[in-house]
Design a protein around this ligand. Structure first.
Ligand code: IVH
Length: 668
């Protein structure tokens, strides 16, 4: 192909790919399958590889994260990024309205939008191209995070429509939907990595990652709520937002034009509870004077505009007393401080414990035992302590300090440079690390040994029967049956479960070993790349990192695991017990009746768990997808299927099958 033809084709491809991205990520209405999409993207990638001169910054190939490191150079805002005056009282919102009316001499229209709880961002477009994405910083100068922001699919890297100004800025909030946040934390938990406290922290942390490829893998989203420029399409905020929407930007879906302060306060009341049903966190409502001319007349103070105010819903807080702090040691040795509190009622539940994250957090709060502390429940799973009342502190109260030695085994704790967490390096002999590994090994997603819960594992450990996962397979009926709350029947069940587990699928076994950074997905990738454990043990860094999604961090961890004689011995003993480590189920599955099918599971089922259905789909060669799109082959619909999924399936004409129909399908 000649350069000129290549350039033309690359242009075409970029345009088509951008359109499909917009349909998928902004409109939620894809018209081609993921596969067709990938073909287009692959073609473009191949062209750009052959003719590197054709690569442009706005190319959709940059969405997967380039290997440029995000440098975060300081960048000045053309228009300062002001903050908003805020209030928790509806009365003060009405007073704000009265002030506005007094200055203007009439009551203006207002626009109400939800206040998104994320990280604010300013995007500058020049000649239709995303030129810069800059964080708020101090309002005058922020960090240039363009390479990372380019990976967010709902943010257009170029816009082309009639009437778009040559240069404009659009501002908004980058956030993580709650579900993405939970999945991210679940994966981190499985890998023994520290958890993010809430979706906002997770979004902020992600935006500042140095590797844009990791940013690309996180489900960041964005709402854009403020258009700035010299030649805007309309003379009011609402119509400008509608124009931005028509140019392809994802703008607030909940936005209301109000003709009076009464309508504004009505909106505030309406959304107080409704907002909790949204898939993302919001902490209030932003009220803006609609007319740009009125905004100009009202002007700004040094810090914030006089034409807008943020009304914040009261975060649910309570005051209670700090009784003690537990320092819990996890299976990877991570030490997590957890506060024990005098029980207190908060947002409908009794709270007894709160997370303290790490030693920095304890230091920041300046916590002392017995302190009166404020706990808050936000988007996070467990409530957190946000402040300690130093005024009411008893004389002689002892400060909470992080232990220097492991509270479980006495080994000096270590903290790696640049990491917030302390961990116990006594991998082999620290009891909770040993039991943690065994609990992980028998857990549902790993070897799935029913009857062996946390307590039983701890009991087996305390009674000296099990010190290592391989010991499980040496257990005798008479040893088990005499244990507390056990008995003949339970003992037989456990032994039979253990026996069945010897032939569990290879990826599950690999996951069960509990290698650091090897979660379920990574285990599946590794198992697909290496036919058995012997080949994996011998794998070099090059061979490991040649697999998709496997980077140096994982490859080092795998090699370190198999360099440890203790682990080699465990694997040898498991093999001696009859465990096979190999044989890829995918090979057989690839030709199954669901080959090439993308399946969504929704609702609850009578005869199967969701995990069982998931396994059945995969064993039949199908692929599980979490969301319905034009690409979905069919949905296995159970009871209480979500109404939005159902509506979407109907709109896209996706077939829904019952669990019985599904069973028939795979039998065929
Ligand atoms: S408008 C000058 N609209 O709240 C007015 N801000 O406390 C510019 N925020 O820094 C902001 N949702 O990060 C606006 N719908 C919304 C918002 C919103 C969240 C954030 C934004 C801003 C902060 C002000």
């Amino acid at each position: 192909m000649k350069l000129a033809d290549a350039r033309k084709r690359a242009e075409e491809l970029r345009k088509t790919i951008d359109e499909h991205n917009h349909r998928y990520y902004v409109l939620n209405q894809p018209v081609i399958t993921d596969f067709e999409f990938d073909l287009l993207l692959n073609e473009l990638q191949a062209l750009e590889k052959k003719f590197p001169g054709l690569v442009t910054q706005d190319s959709p190939t940059m969405r997967v994260g380039s290997d440029l490191t995000a440098a975060f150079l300081p960048a000045e805002h053309t228009w300062p990024m002001l903050s908003l005056g805020n209030t928790y009282s509806i009365g003060e919102v009405t007073e704000f309205g009265a002030r506005v009316s007094r200055t203007l001499g009439y009551e203006p229209q207002y626009v109400c939008e939800l206040k998104y709880d994320g990280v604010s961002i300013s995007l500058t477009y020049e000649d239709g191209l995303l030129a810069r994405a800059v964080t708020r910083g101090d309002g005058t100068v922020g960090d240039d995070v363009t390479v990372n922001v380019r990976t967010i699919r709902s943010i257009p890297v170029r816009v082309s429509a009639k009437g778009i100004p040559d240069s404009f800025a659009v501002r908004g909030e980058i956030y993580l939907p709650r579900r993405g946040f939970e999945e991210m934390n679940a994966a981190r938990l499985a890998l023994g990595e520290p958890l993010f406290a809430n979706p906002r922290n997770a979004a902020a942390g992600t935006l500042k990652l140095l590797d844009p490829r990791i940013v690309a893998s996180r489900p960041l989203e964005c709402f854009l709520y403020y258009l700035l420029g010299n030649k805007l399409p309309a003379d009011n905020h609402f119509d400008n937002i509608m124009a931005a929407r028509s140019w392809g930007f994802r703008t607030p879906d909940i936005i209301q034009l109000c003709n009076s302060m009464e309508e504004v306060t009505e909106f505030l009341r309406q959304w107080e509870d409704e907002r909790k049903k949204l898939p993302y966190d919001t902490d209030g409502v932003v009220i803006k004077v609609n007319s740009l001319e009125a905004q100009r007349i009202l002007g700004t103070t040094a810090k914030s505009p006089r034409w807008a105010i943020a009304y914040k819903y009261a975060a649910e807080q309570a005051v209670t007393r700090l009784l003690s702090v537990d320092f819990q040691v996890g299976r990877t040795g991570n030490v997590t401080p957890v506060a024990n509190l005098e029980p207190v009622l908060l947002a409908g539940t009794t709270v007894k414990r709160a997370s303290l994250h790490n030693s920095d957090q304890i230091g920041l709060l300046g916590l002392h035992y017995g302190d009166a502390v404020t706990v808050e429940k936000g988007g996070e799973i467990i409530p957190k302590i946000i402040a300690a009342d130093t005024g009411s502190r008893l004389a002689g109260a002892e400060a909470v300090t992080f232990p220097q030695l492991c509270p479980e085994c006495g080994t000096p704790l270590v903290r790696n440079a640049g990491e917030a967490n302390h961990y116990c390096p006594n991998y082999l002999h620290c009891p909770p690390q040993i039991t943690g590994r065994i609990i992980h090994f028998v857990s549902r997603r790993a070897m799935d040994i029913e009857g062996l819960g946390e307590e039983t594992v701890e009991l087996l450990y305390r009674s000296g029967l099990v010190r290592n996962m391989a010991d499980l397979y040496d257990l005798k009926h008479e040893q088990l049956a005499v244990l507390e709350r056990m008995g003949d029947k339970s003992a037989s069940n456990i032994l039979s479960e253990l026996n069945t587990s010897l032939t569990a699928p290879w990826p599950r076994k690999l996951f069960a070993l509990g290698i650091r950074h090897v979660g379920e997905t990574v285990a599946r990738t590794l198992a697909a790349g290496f036919p058995d454990i012997d080949s994996l043990m011998k794998a070099t860094d090059e061979e490991l990192t040649a697999l998709p999604e496997i980077g140096p961090r994982i490859s080092v961890s795998v090699r370190e695991y198999f360099a440890d004689p203790e682990n080699i011995e465990t694997v040898r003993r498991l093999k001696a017990a009859g465990m096979t480590f190999g044989g890829m189920i995918q090979e057989k599955a690839a030709d199954g009746p669901l080959k090439g099918k993308s399946v969504v599971i929704s609702g609850t089922f009578s005869n199967f768990t969701r995990d069982q259905l998931k396994e059945a789909v995969e064993a039949a060669g199908g692929r599980i997808s979490s969301s319905v799109s034009g690409n979905t082959s069919f949905i296995i619909a159970g009871n209480d299927m979500g109404p939005s999924k159902r509506a979407k399936a109907n709109a896209l004409g996706v077939r829904m099958v019952s669990e019985d129909e599904f069973v028939k399908m795979i039998k065929e």
